[in-house]
Design a protein around this ligand. Structure first.
Ligand SMILES: Cc1cc2nc3c(=O)[nH]c(=O)nc-3n(C[C@H](O)[C@H](O)[C@H](O)COP(=O)(O)O)c2cc1C
Length: 231
């Protein structure tokens, strides 16, 4: 089952930046630049909604355990998954505009190379955008909050504002902030149901996060949610 993998940094367009210089024997790791189909989400869980609400708590300390791709897929589906034929999602959206862009920053996820991935709710896939482990730089950009780097992965909520502004005019930014609240609570509750912990981190330097994640110019980072197994 072992596979020799040469880790290289890759830019957005797939160009190799330079080998990190290690050849490791690992479980099969997908090549970074390929799109990854996430496992189908489960629609039943071991806790009632009342129990997940009861147990939801901000968690800032995590074990060193990795997360599985199934757990990641379940969390991303809870965040923004499609739940109807006409594209409605797990969280409400003003005017059905769906301005949120959801990212995974993987650091310790089984079978997944460390990097930034963008979630596509329509296909339930993640598309790599930048390679490397960005958990520590993101903790730095969050005023050195250790919890940001201590989880196995980070779910990042970003948003585009053009469509919301066009439909609802000045002041409509508040709808986006509200929507992030809905989506992040979904992730909180899903984490409880999976036996994981998370916390919403809004204290961040926007420009720095934007640079680390190589976000498109029209996407604003709003929340970072480190996630991992609880201690
Ligand atoms: C808008 C908002 C921003 C927050 N930002 C941070 C943050 O930057 N860092 C952090 O550790 N917790 C952050 N939190 C989490 C709160 O500290 C936490 O929800 C609060 O202490 C209550 O604890 P509980 O979530 O366990 O009920 C934030 C929560 C909200 C709603």
């Amino acid at each position: 089952m072992g596979l020799a993998v040469l880790f290289c940094r890759q830019s957005l367009n797939g160009e190799k930046i330079g080998p990190i210089g290690r050849i490791r024997v690992l479980r099969q790791i997908r090549p970074l630049m390929s799109i990854i189909q996430l496992p189908h989400p489960l629609f039943t869980g071991s806790f009632s909604i009342e129990e997940t609400l009861l147990k939801r708590r901000s968690t800032r300390q995590f074990s060193n355990c990795s997360l599985s791709l199934a757990e990641i897929g379940q969390l991303l589906w809870a965040a923004q998954g499609i739940t109807t034929e006409d594209g409605k999602r797990t969280a409400p959206s003003a005017g059905g505009i769906c301005p949120l862009e959801t990212y995974l920053i993987a650091g310790n996820v089984e079978t997944l190379a460390s990097g930034v991935y963008k979630y596509d709710p329509g296909t339930h896939q993640i598309r790599p955008t930048v390679s490397g482990d960005f958990r520590v730089p993101l903790a730095g950009a969050s005023f050195n909050q250790n919890c940001v780097s201590d989880g196995a992965a980070i779910i990042a909520f970003c948003a585009t504002y053009e469509a919301m502004n066009a439909k609802y005019g000045p002041g409509s930014e508040k709808y986006i902030d509200m929507e992030v609240g809905h989506a992040s609570q979904n992730v909180h509750l899903q984490a409880v149901s999976l036996g994981l912990g998370t916390v919403v981190v809004a204290a961040l330097r926007e420009k720095e996060v934007r640079g680390i994640m190589a976000l498109p110019a029209n996407e604003k980072p709003i929340y970072l949610m480190p996630v991992g197994k609880t201690i």
